[in-house]
Ligand binder design. Structure first.
Ligand code: ARG
Length: 620
């Protein structure tokens, strides 16, 4: 339906070529190259979406395996009671993935002294690479909006106001400042956004949010988590700490191309209050900077780190603040404001250690879930959360939990469809130039809340969406190798490992393709003009190519822009299915049910739909 709306917005294709007769048989019409091109562009998007969802499915089970292994390790060490797969998991605090990967707060050797003591974010000097291995960038639909700080392998700490008006986790991605050596860092999908429940968008009180990554950051890369304060105590006023980010170089100025950094002293609560008035709430906010002005964080730096070095027990950087707001940037008498991290120590621990089943499943988790035909007798992830809420006996609760899970999954599908539509609209705009109505629709789908546009009671800079900035393409990620733990003595591990292997198998056809090779080409669509259905569609032979595969299948196409739009989603699904079957047929020949050929035109040996001889396609 939404896809149909999209194509309705597209300009009408050039007139179709005159129909031809085929040896006395009905008339056939070949779709013109421009229509094939438009179909191919949408086909490529469909392949990309298929790869994304295959990754989600595989990663979800891989994460579940990791969780089960950790649970088993903890239970073997007697740090908590053992739980079987069907029994509710303990909700006891177990720090799931902190502090991983590797030790926290460590910079790459050799970078520490390079940092210029008077570098500025406002006015700016570039940070040498390796200086901020915990710094990340948060993107909304590909547009960089905020900074963030890696605090554990799967957790990023940032400012809650970054998500005001855009809480849909499916739209957000995270890019690490430090990619693999010499390579661009990949964009990581977000699984869950947890703004502090007391965040007030008018005052920026409690301006803190945790973001859970879909997959943990690889310990093999250069990214490292920062250390979190171990006590509510903070370094004294006057301590020189560091800020970093890609934010604006000066007030209302352009954002930095590379990471910038500055040294700023912490100021006392009294000084902050005097400088910034009642807008400064010392219980959750601290301020840092120079009353003389000139060195400060700025728009786009929000969510980024304010860290202070601590010498003991070893030199390390500890996160005491998260960039939140300011009155202008670098103005005299107006230091920058940062959310206090030390006072949130318990909240952070609690959130990062919560068992997966203690939280409602995220949309990403539900979209990666393949619901079984029938509810299982025992509620399994991701539905276990709903079963825990159910007061009745286990066998009565499991079907209820399953229904609730399905319902929420449907809502998530709608959200994801809206997201896909937006991406398609962007793609269509790239292909066909600006489309009427596109701007309004895009704005309606991703609209920052008024709170970000209207200053709250104290002056907070507006966040700027940066049109024209696109996200770096996601790098090809090999399906994670099955992590083999000792399945004996770890209940529930073996079925999960089997499930992972099966998923890797089913999705191998798309997972093994590097993202920049994902291109579908509709090579030929031949419509039988004598076969118009009541809905205005025509029976057609379709030939499409993907890598070195060429598939032929029968479908229904419309020949007008509106009817072609209507027939598109089903054609895309059929094409994907044909490619999957064709790839599987290569490994297990008898599995193939679709007609598959290599480099041949439509027609010939009576493939689906069986029937008339059609004229052979011209080969290039
Ligand atoms: N709120 C801004 C953002 O969203 C951060 C402003 C920091 N300003 C300052 N003067 N320190 O990026």
């Amino acid at each position: 339906m939404l896809l149909a709306m999209l194509l309705l917005l597209l300009p009408p294709p050039p007139p179709l070529p005159a129909p031809r007769s085929a040896h006395g048989h009905p008339l056939y019409l070949r779709l013109p190259p421009s229509a094939l091109q438009a179909l191919s562009a949408q086909g490529t998007k469909a392949l990309q979406a298929a790869q994304r969802s295959a990754r989600w499915a595989v990663n979800l089970v891989a994460m579940e395996i990791q969780h089960r292994l950790r649970t088993c390790q903890g239970c073997a060490n007697h740090t908590r009671p053992c739980a079987g797969p069907g029994r509710p998991r303990p909700q006891a605090p177990l720090l799931q993935d902190a502090p991983e990967p590797g030790p926290c707060g460590e910079r790459r050797p050799g970078t520490v002294n390079v940092t210029q003591a008077h570098g500025r974010i406002v006015g700016g000097s570039m940070a040498p690479s390796g200086t901020w291995p915990w710094l990340v960038r948060l993107q909304l639909s590909g547009q960089p909006l905020c900074g963030g700080v890696l605090v554990a392998a799967s957790w990023v700490l940032t400012a809650a106001h970054c998500f005001a008006g855009a809480p849909n986790e499916l739209l957000w991605t995270v890019t690490l400042a430090e990619g693999p050596r010499g390579k661009q860092s990949e964009e990581l999908p977000v699984n869950r956004i947890l703004p502090h429940p007391k965040f007030d968008p008018r005052t920026f009180h409690y301006d803190l949010a945790l973001v859970q990554l879909w997959t943990p950051v690889s310990p093999a890369g250069a990214a490292r988590p920062v250390c979190l304060p171990q006590a509510p105590r903070e370094p004294p006023a006057g301590t020189a700490c560091s800020i970093a980010g890609w934010g604006a170089l000066f007030e209302d100025g352009p954002e930095a191309e590379a990471v910038r950094e500055a040294r700023v002293p912490l100021l006392s609560s009294d000084t902050c209050r005097r400088a910034l008035g009642p807008g400064l709430r010392p219980s959750t906010m601290l301020c840092a900077g120079y009353l003389a002005g000139g060195i400060d964080s700025c728009q786009g730096d929000s969510g980024g780190p304010l860290t202070c070095s601590e010498p003991d027990p070893r030199p390390r950087e500890v996160l005491y603040g998260v960039t939140s707001w300011g009155d202008g940037c670098g103005e005299p008498g107006k230091p920058g404001v940062y959310t206090r991290v030390a006072v949130f120590k318990d909240w952070l621990q609690e959130q990062m250690s919560a068992a997966p089943s203690s939280r409602e499943p995220s949309c990403r988790e539900l979209l990666a879930w393949e619901p079984p035909e029938e509810p299982l007798a025992d509620a399994t992830p991701p539905c276990a959360f709903y079963a825990h809420l159910c007061p009745g006996p286990k066998d009565a609760c499991a079907p209820l939990a399953y229904q609730q899970c399905l319902q929420r999954r449907r809502r998530c599908e709608m959200r994801s469809l809206a997201h896909t539509l937006l991406e398609l609209l962007r793609g269509a705009q790239e292909l066909f130039g600006p489309l009427p109505g596109m701007r309004r629709l895009a704005r309606a789908l991703v609209r920052p809340a008024p709170s970000l546009r209207e200053p709250p009671r104290h002056p907070v800079r507006e966040q700027r969406l940066q049109p024209g900035r696109t996200a770096a393409g996601a790098g090809f990620q090999k399906p994670r190798p099955e992590r083999r733990g000792d399945a004996r003595g770890c209940p529930g591990l073996e079925p999960l490992q089997r499930k992972l292997a099966a998923l890797q198998d089913t999705h191998a056809w798309i997972l093994r393709v590097p993202p920049d090779h994902l291109a579908m080409g509709f090579q030929e669509v031949l419509a039988d003009l004598g076969s118009k259905t009541v809905t205005g569609l025509f029976r057609a032979w379709v030939r499409a190519g993907f890598r070195d595969q060429s598939v032929v299948f029968g479908g229904l196409v419309g020949l007008e822009p509106a009817t072609l739009a209507r027939s598109l989603p089903r054609l895309l699904v059929q094409a994907l299915q044909a490619f999957r079957l064709s790839a599987q047929a290569e490994t297990q020949p008898q599995g193939a049910q679709m007609a598959v050929r290599r480099g041949r035109g439509v027609g010939g040996q009576g493939h689906y739909p069986p029937g008339p001889q059609v004229p052979p396609a011209r080969q290039p």
